[in-house]
Write a protein that binds this ligand. Structure first.
Ligand code: NAD
Length: 305
């Protein structure tokens, strides 16, 4: 059986790696934050002391890191994966990164006899906990077959979007919508608060019309509206994703005025030190600016619809 390396055991990576352990994969793990490894160690994973050790030991290396910067750091250079792995090693990058960087890394990997698959993750952190993620995969047909058993162990829905890089491109299309919907919900709920409306009545109306959306239905009731601002998915990471969306759009001379506006509001939230909040907390940033009460549902409240 293949030996699997896993680098990046944060909010998402830890749950994904735990699901691999539970399904019997032989796992070698690494994170700069050593406290992230304890739970996985008790689940049977072997803790590696460096990226280099993972590279020499494993046949497939999974990365779940914040951005392209960290992915490039662990793959390139004398101590990186590409220089130290045996020929035929596959890098399965599941982070949300710049697709142009993925394509560059794939070209470099080929010169070492390795290959790259990009498989960013859709849905929420709670889905990753339960092994119910969706994956959008960019890979050759052969590499897709190699990573499919791992993806099946971590999620329920897998789409092979096209060649290397197309997973990340699909993810940017998806996250442009997800993050813009989050901003729109925040502004809508703040408007309701500013009118002095009964929040639960407003919510029931929104859930009953075409104004509803996955963020409002799945995420908001469990996070900001329940006064839980722990991430989830941080404002910092959402800001990074909107920067990737705009960077890619500008490269293609594509105007995205809505994306630009959402991006700059997330910049404002970070400047006000809200970057570590769950991204539904963008609602609180808007309410703070207007000095209006934050929307919170009463304890035990459930949807009518
Ligand atoms: P996170 O910040 O919780 O975790 C990142 C982890 O990477 C941390 O444990 C950190 O210590 C580790 N790390 C950073 N640099 C490292 C390095 N050089 N070597 C080893 N470890 C290193 O982030 P997250 O929420 O788990 O997100 C990870 C990726 O997944 C991001 O690209 C994010 O955009 C994407 N994503 C997140 C969600 C979500 O809901 N949180 C959903 C889908 C996709």
């Amino acid at each position: 059986m293949s030996k699997i390396g896993f680098i990046g055991l944060g909010r998402m990576g830890k749950s994904m790696a735990l699901n691999l352990c539970k399904k019997g994969f032989e796992l070698f793990i690494f994170d700069l934050n050593t406290s992230a490894t304890a739970e996985l160690k008790s689940a049977g994973a072997q803790v590696s002391s460096s990226v280099k050790e993972i590279a020499t030991e494993c046949d497939i290396v999974v990365t779940m890191l914040p951005s392209s910067k960290e992915v490039e750091l662990v793959t390139l250079g004398d101590d990186g994966i590409f220089a130290n792995a045996k020929r035929g090693t596959l890098l399965l990058d599941m982070s949300t990164v710049d697709p142009a960087s993925t394509e560059r890394l794939h070209q470099i990997a080929l010169t070492h006899g390795h290959s790259v698959v990009d498989a960013p993750v859709g849905r929420l952190a709670i889905h990753a906990d339960r092994g119910e993620s969706l994956f959008m995969v960019g890979a050759s047909d052969g590499d897709f077959k190699r990573v499919e058993p791992l993806l099946k162990a971590m999620g329920t829905t897998i789409y092979h979007c096209g060649p290397v890089g197309s997973g990340g491109k699909t993810k940017l299309v998806n996250n442009f919508m997800v993050i813009s919907l989050c901003q729109m919900n925040g502004e809508a709920l703040a408007l309701s608060q500013s009118f002095g409306l009964d929040l639960t009545k407003t919510l029931n109306v929104l859930y009953g019309t075409s104004a509803t959306n996955g963020q409002l239905r799945l995420n908001f009731p469990n996070k900001v509206l329940a006064n839980d601002l722990t991430p989830g998915f941080t404002i910092d990471l959402a800001h990074k994703d909107m920067s990737l969306v705009l960077g890619s759009a500008h490269t293609n001379s594509l105007p995205m005025p809505l994306a630009a506006s959402v991006y700059e509001f997330f910049s404002q939230a970070r400047a006000a030190k809200f970057g570590h909040y769950d991204f539904t907390g963008i609602t609180d940033v808007i309410c703070n600016l207007s000095n209006i009460n934050k929307p919170r549902t009463p304890e035990g409240w459930t949807l009518d619809n």
